[in-house]
Structure formats: C-alpha cells, structure tokens
Design a protein around this ligand. Sequence first.
Ligand SMILES: [Zn+2]
Length: 476
Amino acid sequence: MTATSKTRDFAEITFYEGADILTLDSRQPLIRNGTIAVAGDRILAVGSSADLAFHGVASRRVDWSGRVVMPGLVDGHSHLFQSLGRTLGDGLSLLPWLEKFMLPLAAHVRPEDAVAIIRLAALNSLLNGTTSIIDNHYAPVDAETVVALATEMAATGVRGVVARGIFGPMVEGGRRMNCDPRLFRYSSQEEIEIMRDCLAAHPTGGLVEIWPMPENIVYLDPELIVACSDLARKHDIGWQAHCSESRFEVEIFESIHGMRPAIWMEREGVLSDRASFAHGIWYDDAEVEVLGQARANVVHNPICNQYLASGIIRLGPLLEAGANVTLGSDGTAVGGLSIFEAMKAGLLLQRIRELDPLATSAELMLELATRRGGRLLRRDIGQLRAGALADFVALDMTGLAHQPATRLATSVVMAGLPPVRDVVVNGDLVVREGRSTKVDQEKVLADALQATASLIDRAGLSTLAKDWVVPRYSVG
Ligand SMILES: [Zn+2]
C-alpha cells in the first residue's frame, strides 16, 4: 500500500458506471454496461451495473455511459528526457543517432531542463492512456536530480520507475560503439553509491520507484552489471538494460567476450524475473531458451525498432519459452509515445515477419501492454478485478472514426490513437475529460519549450533542425 492511499479517506467509494469494460480477466473479459467500484487505491468490485448489488454504498457516482474502459497501459521502456530533442535525429540509424545526436544532447542537459521535460512527457503519456512508465533517465544522473524526477513524475499522477542510467568507466565495448566519453563520468563504485543514495532518499513502494539501469550490456563494465543485479535483489526491485537492439552490438559483444549477451548473463547469474531488457531483437535460439527459463522480461519497442531500422523481435519464440514480453515506446525522439500505437505496430510487424495473420492478435497485444506490463513493474496492475490497484482508462469510441466497433478488442488496438477521455491511477482521477487534474498544462508546455530551445542552442544541434529535407526519389 502506498503513502498516498494511507492518507486517503477510505469511507469514500466511487462508482464509475455505465461503460463497456475490457477487464483483461479471462474469466469475464468483456462486461457491457458495467461498473467499477473504487475504494482508496484499490478496485472494490467490477461487474455489470445491474448486478452490483451494493449501489447504496457509493459516496460518489461518475457517469461513464458510452465509454470503453480498460486497464491503464504500461510503457515498459521510455526516455522521457529525450523529448527535448524530439524530431531532430530523424533518418539516422542507431549508431549515428547516438553519436551525432542523442549523446551530445544528453551531455548538455541540465537538471532544470530534465525537470521541465519530464513534466511534459509524463503528462503526455497519461493523456494517451499510459498509466505506468519505466523511464530510463541518463542525463544528468546525480542523486538529487534523479530523486527530483521521481517526485515530478508522481506529481503528474503517473505510476512508474525512474530507471537511473548507469555508465561507469569507459570499457572496450563503449570505445567500439564510439560512445561519448562525457557520459562515462563515474567509477563503478561511485555509480553504486549514488544508487544507494537515491534509494535512501526515495524508498521503494511509492507511486514512482527508482531502479538501477546499467545502460547497455555491450558497453558497460561487466562487474557493474552484476553489481546492479545484486542491488536490485537486495532492495527487492527490478533492473533494466538495453540489450541486443542492433546486430552490430551483438557482434561487438561476441568479439570481446566470446559468447552472446544473454548466455553471458545466464553464466553470471543475473537473469531472473526482476531483470528486463529493452529491445531484445537479435537473440538466437539458445538465448531465447535461457531468457525463458529465467522468466526474464523483454520490452518490445516496435515503433522505435522501425524508426531506427533495427529489426523485428522474435515474439512467439520468446513467449513460448516463458519470457515475459511487454511493450515500450522508447520515447518521442524515436517516434514513440503512445502504447496504443505500439500495440498496433507490434501486431502488424509479427504478421509480416511470420507471413501469418494468426501470428498475433489484438487480445495478445492488449495482454502485453497491461497484464504482462504489471508483471514487469512488479505491481498488481493490468487487470480490472476486485483487489487490484485501480489503474484504468476510459476511451470515447463513439465517434465515426471508431464505429462500428463490433469486435471491441480489435477496434481498440487497430484505432492507433483512440480518444482517451479519463484516466484513473492509484484510485485517483488524474485526467478528466482529456485534461490533467494535477498540473497546469499550459505552464508545463511553456516551460518545456523554453528548456528545449536553450538546450539545442547550447548543445550545438541547431543544424539538425531542418526546414525540409529533399526526399530520395523526389518529384523535384
Ligand atoms: Zn531505450
């Protein structure tokens, strides 16, 4: 139970009434004209409005007739601060994208820029139906800034994790990837000490937690990766790393260590259900097997993987082996943001990869974005059932863009960006009729725009802000 819920009046029971509810509970997947009763931070009951026998106990009733209600979406991997450079790296593949654009930008981000942009990006996610985010923040990463960002995220009303980016000392993998040396500023020991400071100042169990994120299995000191895994076990939290996003990273790792990344991790004993790996595109059969046996998490970022032309995840084999595959956006700087878009893109990519329309389904993508996301976050979210944490969203699917909606799950997934009207997180109505109830949206936007303009100037990236790039095969 969170600090927020302890202070809330438990006598108050809110009924959200009259909606069609996609519960993600296989015992009763769709409830027409249903009601969700919420007390404190938990769901008290879910059922048809006619069947719920205790209407009299509601202290507040909210009419959601015509809405479609579903569990809040989980963005299992993002970089909220990268919204500062949104659109600038377009047309670059991963290595030049990092080298020419993102790492120089990251090296110039000040704490106040990070605070301004995290407010905007977290709010933007909420307004698009994402109720939980794992935010890999890596610029800047002093304890004070990281704790401030966790507080700012929670202030918007979103649930999640600030996954503190850890680089440690420059090692061979970083040199081969041409990583910007300015990001490798702390020793391994200093990185772990800063993590301990973060966890002491911001204890786990609240709306937003802080986890360690050794940035990439390829360019981190191997001992530091093991230390992050140990730290996560000790504090009973998760940890995340980028892994096997592009083919060349795997080649670099293999040439240095003589084996592939997941096999190395298995031998080091760091694979478990508290480990999660962003992307995980280039795992071979043996790697899929060890990840599955360990019940490790793999976060699939289908929009980013297309934007950077990185490849297509082996979704079926990973799930079959027992891995917990979830969805992520990877942030707006790689075209991501909405997990609704990620569900649609993920569904289509697998069908074309396998040349099989049965390779995936709307229902599977909904599970990845909700129930499996809850498992990744280690929280009781992702299903609408009595006793679960109250994280859910209400969509308006009544417009002609979404009608007829005869198969509701397919309608929601294929809509791309369905209109999100209301959002409840931890029992709290944080978005009402498409606007935040927690922060001043206009001020959040103005502050973020100001931070962006000054950063692009300072980082010398204004040449990337082009008015028009003549396309290949242009009509002239
Ligand atoms: Zn990422």
